[in-house]
Design a protein around this ligand. Structure first.
Ligand code: NAD
Ligand code: UD1
Length: 344
């Protein structure tokens, strides 16, 4: 019996694979490597000392996906696979809808065929849109503001309809806030393609010298220092939340959404200051205009996850900065470096 991890070689997926293997689960990973490298899985194996199967399969290829279920005894699925860049989704909406939604439909169809009805799904705080209510509970009104967010919202609804049609399905929808940081080994981490659009990878790339300076988007928000406030959560805490959600879907049927965050907000300047303090590196920055679509403040009400999953984040922003920096400083070019060395 194994847990299938779709998108398992990506940032959150690879961290969750480590926690699953360390907890004694057998896993099977499926990823099309569109936004990740197989090197991350080699390192998952190195960290855990455990072997597992990897299939380079696209969820859009239902026939190949079917074979994964045919050849393995899958008992539950953690579904990370998807495209996640907000700006790109605005320019390429059809690709995002096709990849994220059709990919999920294919997965659900194959799961149904093989009688596998337990799923943990990666959703996002983006489904709360721009209401700005804080702390934001799971039953707040949902509203997406871009195609990426709409794929998450639509998939949440598809999964609810699936459960209505067959109450034996057991689905946990996890709405992540702002995942940052890396495994404490520094061997796996976030490895964005091109120039990062999110704050933490931008900070670490400035600190390591790949980028000149950070632009702080907005200095006039109604916050303690005028910069945007977010609920940053350590990738390892987030990964552990998936194991708790997995326990829940293994134990009982139903469909439920859970916020995974710390319940605390930190401003851009607070994160920069924490990073500089714990790493001793300076992060030059300048203020720039607000980024379109950004809200002032966003942090989670985390009481439901604590009550129903028995999960709470343990790490603070200093741990997130230390671990994020360990990954970036020992892998200045992400996973690419290792591959270049291997080729030489
Ligand atoms: P990631 O891009 O690092 O990982 C996603 C993985 O899915 C990649 O390895 C990619 O190659 C794979 N993939 C994409 N489409 C696929 C397909 N059709 N078939 C097979 N594999 C496919 O992203 P991540 O940060 O690890 O995010 C994981 C999930 O969590 C995503 O669904 C994302 O939308 C969601 N999420 C991420 C964040 C975040 O800030 N990182 C926040 C909220 C939600
Ligand atoms: C991003 C995603 C969102 C996702 C969320 C959680 C975008 C546009 N949105 O939101 O869909 O649900 O992560 O993972 O990618 N900032 C700067 N300079 C930068 C980058 C960011 O000042 O170079 C600021 C932003 O204005 C914001 C904060 O840093 O106040 C965090 O930004 P980011 O890391 O991009 O996350 P979100 O905007 O919260």
């Amino acid at each position: 019996m194994a847990v299938l991890v779709t998108g398992g070689s990506g940032y959150i997926g690879s961290h969750t694979c480590v926690e699953l293997l360390n907890a004694g689960y057998d896993i099977v990973v499926v990823d099309n490597l569109h936004n990740s490298r197989v090197e991350s899985l080699r390192r998952v194996r190195e960290i855990t000392g455990r072997a597992f199967k990897f299939y380079e399969v696209d969820l859009l290829d239902q026939e190949e996906l079917d074979k994964v279920f045919l050849y393995n005894h899958i008992e539950a699925v953690i579904h990370f696979a998807g495209l996640k860049a907000v700006g790109e989704s605005v320019h390429l909406p059809l690709w995002y809808y096709h990849n994220n939604i059709t990919g999920t439909l294919n997965l659900c169809k194959v799961m149904q065929k093989y009688g596998v009805k337990r799923m943990v799904f990666s959703s996002s705080a983006t489904v709360y849109g721009t209401s700005g209510q804080v702390p934001i509970p799971e039953d707040a009104p949902l509203q997406a503001t871009n195609p990426y967010g709409r794929t998450k919202l639509m998939i949440e609804e598809i999964l609810r309809d699936l459960h209505t049609s067959d109450p034996l399905w057991s689905i946990a929808i996890l709405r992540y806030f702002n995942p940052i940081g890396s495994h404490e080994s520094g061997r796996i981490g976030e490895d964005p393609n091109g120039i990062p659009s999110n704050l933490m990878p931008y900070i670490t790339q400035v600190a390591v010298g790949r980028l000149k300076e950070l632009q702080v988007f907005g200095s006039d928000y109604p916050t303690m220092d005028g910069t945007g406030v977010r609920d940053y959560i350590h990738a390892v805490d987030l990964a552990k939340g998936h194991l708790k959600a997995l326990d829940k879907v293994m134990a009982e049927s139903g469909v439920d959404a859970y916020n995974l965050g710390t319940g605390r907000g930190h401003s851009v300047l607070e994160l920069v200051a924490a990073f500089e303090r714990v790493t001793g590196r300076s992060v030059p920055y300048k203020f720039a205009a607000r980024r379109a679509g950004d809200i002032a403040v966003c942090y989670a009400d985390v009481s439901k996850a604590k009550r129903e999953l028995g999960w709470a984040a343990e790490k603070g922003i200093e741990d997130m900065c230390i671990d994020g920096w360990r990954w970036q400083s020992s892998n200045p070019n992400g996973y690419q470096q290792e591959i270049e060395i291997a080729v030489k």
